[in-house]
Design a binder for this molecule. Sequence first.
Ligand code: ATP
Length: 328
Amino acid sequence: MQAPPASPAPTSAPNSSPAPSQSFRTAKRSSQDYIFGKLIGDGCYSTVFLAKDIHIGKEYAIKVCEKHHIIRKKKREYIKREKDALNMLSSVPHGFVKLFCTFQDEERLYFVLSYAKNGELLKHINNVGSFELNVAKFYAAELLLALEKMHAKGIIHRDLKPENILLDENMHLQIADFGTAKIMDPEEIRCAPSSGENDTQNERSRKISFVGTPQYVSPELLHDCVDTRASDLWAFGCIIYQMISGLPPFRAATEFLTFQKILKMDYEFPEGFPADAKDLVEKLLVLDHSKRIGADDKGTTYDSIRNHPFFLGIDWDHVWDQTPPTIC
Ligand code: ATP
């Protein structure tokens, strides 16, 4: 995607729609309110730039989507979902990138996001090879707390992976990229749908086409295309495995072979993988989504996961107040 110039001139009157919680809620924003700096990320549908607000000097990550690309790829829905999900999460104090406002010009759509200065979790895993157990435990705890908040609002992410988990300036975790998210009724999301022959009409109507990233996609998204929050719990298991071992559990030369491995549950634990972590990952990577640990939990917290021995010692009420352990 083409980078916008350092101070792109809007080609038409900007159409700004600020998020409700922001102080500049009434101000119409345009690309001229920002100085665009380095490119900080690239996705299938967007390019993300570091940008500085010329009025207050604050740095943001601005996600820029080319309209013609979105229209050509039929991804309007993707943009709407991302905006809706981020707006729904704007009141949650921790665990998510914040959407400050959106605006557009003739060619592009802009999402003004909080800047997660320390980048992708993947980069940190790759830098050290794999995390020490206490580090993996801490980030798994932050991820679980974020999943709880997200699921309580009825949002299933469906593309959780270490590239979409960012670290802010204080090294706390923030989930990003809600383009493939599914927004459901918060009550409905807690009733794990069945799959296969027993599907009701209502469940069938929720069936979807494959979304996500091959290595982290759950069997039900591949097989039955059923929407369930347990798909995020599957990805959670893959991410815990990856933080501790350095690589995701299901890896193969092609996307097709990766899918085969997922459907056959063909993965192994490396020697020395800690027993409690292994037990938790085994309880998350379960083919039948309704039998995954947490899938049956009825409240807004995943108590069965919180109480698993892997998380022994985690003070769930104060995770976000802690200084994260040094990554090593
Ligand atoms: P995908 O191809 O995964 O669907 P996308 O086009 O939806 O990607 P994002 O995943 O949202 O784009 O962003 C691409 C990359 O940009 C991220 O992986 C991350 O490295 C970087 N990025 C996105 N948002 C931020 C942010 N708020 N702060 C810092 N970096 C960010």
